[in-house]
Design a binder for this molecule. Structure first.
Ligand SMILES: NC(=O)c1ccc[n+]([C@@H]2O[C@H](COP(=O)([O-])OP(=O)(O)OC[C@H]3O[C@@H](n4cnc5c(N)ncnc54)[C@H](OP(=O)(O)O)[C@@H]3O)[C@@H](O)[C@H]2O)c1
Length: 436
């Protein structure tokens, strides 16, 4: 049987998982591809690091040229992460006629266009299933099985760390900082958790999904991002009383040829399937005009789940190689759609305010909202001290700009009002009626 030689860039969590899973399922993989897949060289930063690997045929190097200039290596798997030097290495590999499989969302969400151009020029494949949703197949299904649909909306819980934190806060009624510290101790959060808790990781992933879903490139800087650091157990409790769960969502939808793309915490109805996605699990909910609603659920990160996605890509690319073809049409960003300015986006809001407990205050606040076209669906007084009362308000659908202007005006009122929190409410009830 033919052998296809592979160069691996990175041998950390994902890289070592790829080596392990390829070795374990070697025979079946070879039978399915029609060729043996063999990792021959691995690029690492520290060649002296002790690595617990059973595969003794691999040689390690710190010199990328040993992989790029090796004519026997036909596929490069990039699992080193970051933008530089990963981008330069991937570009070099593509230019040298090597197909690339990457798990790197940072790279794809910022430089996807350059990489696809280089792949097409080099007549090679570029695959990136593991860059979104870890082990969950979502990029492949959007590009193939769902390709006959107009995708209307993609809503995802696409960051395991924040989902773990929000789930624990809700179940154990523990505050954010305590749960974050526990997540770090258990290895569910990085020592620098910024990319996760500030929503940046989810923003990169929703940029990739939006580009594929709507055939128009969305890069990471175009995504509106808000993280979960302001969420308190009190907000979670009130959400629950109102029939909602708080989740960090990546949302992409298209209306009249424009794209909305955002990441923020949101109230979602308890009965929605996304509300039941707990702990480190991820899920991506897709609405297509033919398929209706579909949800993809599973492990959004981790050594073997991510390796599973990388190996799936690797096998497809290897199969193409055995047939002497490459998939020139894999990049589907053939349209240009405008991204809606965030201030134009309409959602409902949950507002938690502390106001002086005296006559006329509620009327003044209601009047400011009315002046700014913010219509209130419900107001509940939650707690009362001698001087102050806590109000929980839910608005009807309103433009972000109007809501923000109303909140600024409320802060200018002559009495002191504390805006404790503002969280969007996503009812996700716009079910597609297929066949009507
Ligand atoms: N971890 C997950 O669950 C997961 C899930 C989905 C996607 N991803 C993506 O997969 C990629 C890898 O993540 P990971 O968690 O496996 O990272 P990791 O554990 O930090 O491993 C990174 C590997 O790359 C090597 N490396 C880093 N910079 C290098 C450089 N400049 N030159 C040579 N080698 C270098 C490191 O070498 P040393 O070993 O010598 O330090 C290490 O082996 C990232 O793009 C990440 O976003 C990860």
């Amino acid at each position: 049987m033919n052998k296809i030689k592979i160069g691996l860039l990175g041998c950390g969590t994902v890289g070592s998982g790829v080596i392990q899973a390829l070795e374990k399922n070697k025979a079946t993989i070879a039978a399915k591809v029609g060729a043996e897949l063999e990792i021959t060289k691995v690029l690492v930063r520290d060649i002296n690091k002790k690595r617990d690997l059973k595969n003794g045929t691999i040689s390690f190097t710190c010199n990328i040229d040993e992989i790029i200039n090796d004519p026997e290596i036909k596929i490069v798997v990039e699992v080193m992460g970051g933008i530089s030097p990963a981008k330069e290495y991937v570009l070099q590999a593509l230019k040298h006629g090597k197909s690339v499989v990457t798990a790197n969302k940072d790279l794809m969400a910022l430089h996807g266009k350059d990489l696809f151009e280089a792949a097409n020029l080099g007549n090679v494949d570029l695959r990136f299933e593991a860059s979104v949703g870890g082990g969950i197949p979502i990029i492949g299904p959007l590009k193939t099985s769902l390709a006959g649909n107009q995708i209307l909306k993609v809503v995802g819980i696409i960051n395991g760390t924040t989902n773990y934190i929000l789930t624990k806060m809700a179940k154990e009624k523990s505050e954010f900082n305590k749960v974050l510290a526990e997540a770090q101790r258990l290895g569910y959060a990085e020592s620098d958790p910024t990319a996760d808790i500030e929503g940046l990781d989810a923003a990169r992933k929703i940029a990739i999904l939006a580009s594929i879903a709507f055939n128009s490139r969305v890069t990471f800087p175009k995504v509106y991002v808000e993280g979960i650091t302001k969420i308190t157990t009190r907000d979670i409790c009130y959400a629950n009383e109102l029939g909602y769960t708080i989740k960090l969502l990546g949302i992409a939808q298209q209306n009249n040829g424009t794209i909305e793309v955002r990441v923020h915490p949101a109230f979602i109805p308890n009965e929605h399937p996304l509300a039941k996605v707990d702990d480190v699990f991820n899920a991506i909910y897709v609405q297509g005009d033919a398929v209706g609603d579909a949800m993809f659920y599973g492990r959004g990160a981790g050594q073997l789940p991510t390796a599973s996605a990388v190996i799936g890509d690797l096998m497809e690319v290897a199969r193409n190689l055995t047939q002497g073809i490459f998939d020139k049409s894999y990049c589907t960003c053939f349209e240009h759609k405008e991204i809606k300015p965030f201030r134009e986006i309409k959602t409902k809001y949950y507002l938690r305010l502390t106001v002086p407990d005296r006559p006329g205050v509620l009327a003044s606040i209601a009047s400011v909202f009315a002046q700014h076209e913010v219509s209130i669906a419900s107001v509940v007084q939650k707690r009362k001290t001698k001087q102050a009362a806590e109000l929980v308000l839910i608005t009807h659908l309103v433009k972000e700009a109007y809501l923000q202007d109303a909140l600024s005006a409320i802060q200018d009122l002559p009495f002191v009002t504390q805006i404790n929190n503002v969280i969007r409410v996503e009812d996700l009830d716009d079910e597609v009626r297929v066949g009507e």
